[in-house]
Design a protein around this ligand. Structure first.
Ligand code: LLP
Length: 420
């Protein structure tokens, strides 16, 4: 995805046809701003590469679960990948369909299974024998058959941050490769399960296609063995994980990535099976920015700090993964540039958003934190009793508030004190 939906016009950052400065003025900061055009462009890149092939795309809801964002994808015909009953409720509220939704996650609660079975999800991506047992019992109790695929762990190195790498043996995810065949036999023998597919997800922010091809090769080999055991595999879910450009990364283009994976599956003689993709970040990451205002500039003996009104509570990725997000002044100004650590007001040294950034700013100026559309708002918290930011979606020259800024009174509305 390009960043073109967010570009400078006469020295002012715009989201499509709307000035980011005017958005901050109107809706306050910190403010998440999404571009419908950028979401659509990324979706179309997946959709056009899948056109005419046996492949479908399921948006990973966890990356950005705002109803308006999900609704943009639902209107484009997307399927969804969920990891909780809460995400299922969001998909349905946003106009998505249960029958196009796959349910992933390593620890599904029995209630969530009931909810998903009642709604009629397309497939449960199951990660262990105890989970198979639980799903079988829940389905029996409801007089239904649950469609299942097993998430296998192909033990490949996705070469990404350890916290977001999931395909290695040392991770908590998936069924170990050596156990997969026996686990499939066990699943096939359960009376209220219907084995329909296989899936894997090797990690996130992956910038090369090679780890995917390694995983695909291993999974296809396994598919042949599973079918020799008499269990039919109708679909192969290759997970999500395609990376984006935050800084100078050069991930494959979405279309090239999709075609390369599909070509490999076809070349291995598995072209008759349906292929599922579960992208999150590559659909939404560069379709959003976080706007924040500089409160104070604080010169220090060793470092200069730009203290802004957004914090780790709004964008956790730098604090959690030392992730890099580009930071730019919303209005280009002719003031001296200095190197700053951009930090929030939260009482933690880990509360930083960018380190050693050259910025020409003064107190009161606005900054845009780029590539904040994925794992941004969804990971935000109320630590320090900070209301979560508002979210706005721009569509051409129109801006819509798609989530109102939280109010402090909402934050403790569910709390009570002990009786006198
Ligand atoms: N499918 C499964 C089973 C997943 O676990 C994930 C992400 C995805 C799909 C979507 O992956 P994506 O295309 O977005 O890479 N909070 C971290 C990322 C965690 C990813 C978790 N799983 C971050 O901010 O980088």
């Amino acid at each position: 995805m390009t960043r073109s939906a967010f570009d400078y016009v006469d020295g002012v950052l715009h989201a499509e046809g709307v000035s980011a400065a005017s958005l901050a003025e109107q809706f306050g900061t910190p403010l998440y701003v999404y571009s419908r055009a950028a979401l659509t462009e990324a979706w179309n890149a997946y959709a056009s590469a899948c056109a005419g092939r046996r492949a479908t795309v399921h948006v990973a809801v966890k990356a950005n679960s705002n109803l308006a964002v999900l609704n943009v994808f639902a209107r484009l015909g997307a399927g969804f990948d969920i990891v909780s009953g809460g995400e299922l409720a969001r998909v349905l509220a946003a106009g998505g369909k249960a029958e196009n939704t796959v349910f992933s996650g390593v620890g599904k609660h029995a209630d969530e299974m009931r909810q998903a079975l009642a709604a009629g999800v397309k497939c449960f991506n199951v990660e262990s024998i105890p989970e198979l047992d639980r799903l079988n019992a829940v389905a029996a109790e409801m007089g239904k058959k649950a469609p299942v695929s097993l998430r296998v762990n192909p033990d490949v190195d996705a070469k990404t941050h350890p916290y977001i790498s999931t395909g290695l043996k040392s991770n908590k995810f998936g069924v170990a490769f050596e156990d997969a065949r026996a686990t499939y036999r066990a699943a096939a023998a359960m009376t209220h399960l219907d084995v329909v597919g296989i899936d894997c997800h090797i990690g996130s922010q992956i910038t090369e296609v090679a780890p995917y091809l390694d995983a695909v090769d291993k999974v296809l080999e396994l598919v042949d063995q599973i079918e020799q055991d008499g269990v039919k595999i109708r679909h192969i879910d290759v997970g999500g994980g395609l990376g984006i450009t935050y800084d100078d990364e050069t991930p494959p283009e979405i279309g090239d990535f999709v075609r390369t994976v599909l070509d490999r599956i076809e070349a291995c003689g598995h072209g008759h099976r349906e292929v599922y993709f579960e992208p999150g970040r590559s659909l939404v990451g560069n379709a959003g920015v976080l706007l924040t205002r500089v409160e104070f500039l604080k010169p220090g003996a060793e470092k200069n700090f730009a203290i802004v009104d957004a914090a780790m509570t709004d964008l956790a990725r730098p604090a959690m993964y030392e992730a890099y997000h580009a930071i730019e002044a919303v209005v280009k100004r002719d003031v001296p540039a200095h190197v700053y650590d951009v930090v929030g007001p939260v009482c933690e040294s880990g509360d930083w958003l960018g380190r050693e950034r050259l910025l020409a700013v003064e107190p009161g100026d606005l900054l845009a934190i780029r590539s904040a559309g994925a794992y941004g708002f969804v990971m935000s918290s109320n630590y320090n009793t900070r209301p979560r930011a508002a979210e706005v979606m721009v569509d051409g020259t129109q801006a819509y508030v798609v989530r109102a800024r939280e109010e402090v009174k909402q934050l403790f509305a569910g709390e009570t004190i002990l009786p006198a």
